[in-house]
Design a protein around this ligand. Sequence first.
Ligand SMILES: Nc1ncnc2c1ncn2[C@@H]1O[C@H](COP(=O)(O)OP(=O)(O)OP(=O)(O)O)[C@@H](O)[C@H]1O
Ligand SMILES: [Mg+2]
Length: 418
Amino acid sequence: MSALAVQSLYKIFGNRADEAVRRLADGAPRAEALAGLPATAAVIDATFEVRPGEIFVVMGLSGSGKSTLIRTLNGLLRPTSGSVRVDGVELTSLKPAALRKLRRDKISMVFQHFALMPHRTVAENAGYALEVAGRPKAERRERAMEALRMVGLTEWADHLPHDLSGGMRQRVGLARALAAGTDILLMDEAFSALDPLIRREIQDQLLELQAELGKTIIFITHDLNEAMRLGDRIAVMRDGRIVQIGTAEEILTDPANGYVAQFVADVDRTRILTAASVMEKPHQVLDVSAGPRVAAKALRETQTSVVYVTGPGKRFLGTVTEDEVLRALRENRTTLDGYVSTEVRTVTEDTSVADLFADCAESRHPVAVLDDRGRLAGVIPRITLLSALASATPDEPAEPASAEPADVALVAGKETPA
Ligand SMILES: Nc1ncnc2c1ncn2[C@@H]1O[C@H](COP(=O)(O)OP(=O)(O)OP(=O)(O)O)[C@@H](O)[C@H]1O
Ligand SMILES: [Mg+2]
């Protein structure tokens, strides 16, 4: 079951909201659809599900409806129409007391400017949600201290907030949410006010916590790199509508429309694209039981200087070079066993392209990409990496005609009947 499910959700501010929903339902742009109506459409027809343990990022420019959307997820705002379910419970069906209880037990929120209470210690601030929930003092202290440990603030527990830097205060905000012990965290631009380096640090910390605790996190940001770094999936919002939902890689490589493409134009693709997305099918893969004659034929046919060799269960063993094939032939061997070199670099499918550079540069032969069972999934020749990077760089001016494409064009010209 999904941790959170949103179906055909609309949030209209102002008057004649139902009329606004009717006009927007057929997909018309919001400015056009609402012309003449005293209404603002903040969220239009949003549908998505968030899986337990997922970091689901909502990204979009200012005014695109992110904060409104997140506030409907914990019932702070009531949808104009549509449904929000948390652990299968429909929020719109809950009475105010039940809604408050659900907020307390299941959902915590962290904002951009987290308001700490200045006359209470860091630990008291961290345990505040538990105080509101009426938990005894000893338990509050214990859970607050545990949460402060998780965000690296143990030593600051008995300080007052004004002793802390901005980044540390934001971590107290996070600790408060963690101490509350809810499964779902809603984070609205929680790191946006921080300096870039501090911000990176706290992002890493969130990812570590997530790996440890498996919280379900809805994270709002207008920063694309942050979205790509944190999000298991990302929803891109524009003018109240969700225009695409996908992994960082899907959004980069297959943007739903020109708007998304432009939005992601500046992102550092080498950190998002993985070995799996640039690798090629290896030309020659032989089982280690194959003879050197077969290997020699394979090398001739593919005009390459190396074959990739696998063993039992198709596990990757290494490569055999031209020279070694010749040696095996001279030595009258019937298999490649004993001629396999493990010198070739190997990487896993999820290695980022940025981390491939060194391996590709230092490897004489195409780098081998292995799947999680150690089987050869593909190879990455240096030239493939370079061209993947070139095509991943958006908005490049058209390349001046190089020798190669010109030749191709000539051949094509010849073949065209005049
Ligand atoms: N309480 C409200 N009353 C009327 N209009 C509102 C209200 N809250 C938000 N809006 C409008 O709804 C739209 C979406 O606002 P929202 O705050 O959700 O955007 P956002 O994506 O969070 O923007 P930002 O990045 O600036 O925080 C905006 O046009 C905003 O002016
Ligand atoms: Mg906002």
